[in-house]
Design a protein around this ligand. Sequence first.
Ligand SMILES: C[S@@+](CC[C@H](N)C(=O)[O-])C[C@H]1O[C@@H](n2cnc3c(N)ncnc32)[C@H](O)[C@@H]1O
Ligand SMILES: Nc1nc2[nH]cc(C(=O)O)c2c(=O)[nH]1
Ligand code: SF4
Ligand SMILES: [Mg+2]
Length: 253
Amino acid sequence: MKLVMAEVFNSWQGEGGSVEGSAFGRRQIFVRFAGCDLNCLWCDSREYIKASQVSRWRYEVEPFTGKFEYRPNPAELGDVVDTILRLDTGDVHSISYTGGEPTLQVEPLKALMGKMKELGFDNFLETHGGLPELVKEVADLTDYASVDIKDETAKATEDWRALVLREVESIRILKEAGARVYAKLVVTSGTKIENVRWYAELLKGLAPLVIQPREPIEISQERLMAIYREAALVMGRRDVGLSFQVHKYLHVL
Ligand SMILES: C[S@@+](CC[C@H](N)C(=O)[O-])C[C@H]1O[C@@H](n2cnc3c(N)ncnc32)[C@H](O)[C@@H]1O
Ligand SMILES: Nc1nc2[nH]cc(C(=O)O)c2c(=O)[nH]1
Ligand code: SF4
Ligand SMILES: [Mg+2]
């Protein structure tokens, strides 16, 4: 089975803060899929959005060195499995499937997640959640999931409200399948409090929320705390936290 890969590397999970379901600070092998159907203004993985332009994928030669070698796309699933196993340092908490949008290549994603489970690893799915029918296909294989709620200011797609509702539906599906799930909202200085209230109402009683400032950070601390407070007032104080992209400050992958 073939898939369009972007990169495979070993690092620690730099996002997710301290809410339930987060794997922040856990060592993971990151499997980044090429291709995405959204177009977030601030996407830090822009070079991988158009799958057809990702002619080769890269993999770390030695774990946690940032030294890469390249292979042509599409990748062979067996090669990706071998690459993951070569990067296993024995202390890996879970395998992170990210992108791009991993659920777009649902058949190879499912096969890969199944294989990694068979080999004794936990699966951590990083998704925009906009395609609940695809999320459903891998829900039973997912141990942890970080599902983005795309703020209006991300300008990810035309019908932003419909996207948010689909993302919440994905969270519901993952929860019902028994996964540990949290929602991640990337915020900017333009994020509206009324929108935050709406996301919080949708998530209340369903999954905790982390609020992650867009990098590079431009939002003021005051604004960030106003967003936090609004979400916590709706969802309850236990179910809201902040998340920062710590890997970017530590200059690791
Ligand atoms: C590159 S995305 C890939 C997974 C999936 N497409 C998604 O958006 O959830 C991985 C994570 O990085 C976050 N992210 C990307 N660019 C960012 C930025 N400039 N600042 C903060 N978070 C960012 C996304 O919101 C998402 O949670
Ligand atoms: N260290 C590290 N943590 C991450 N958490 C989410 C990431 C992603 O791009 O999906 C990511 C990433 O690219 N690196
Ligand atoms: S959904 Fe994820 S990969 Fe796609 S553009 Fe947005 S942040 Fe980037
Ligand atoms: Mg990233």
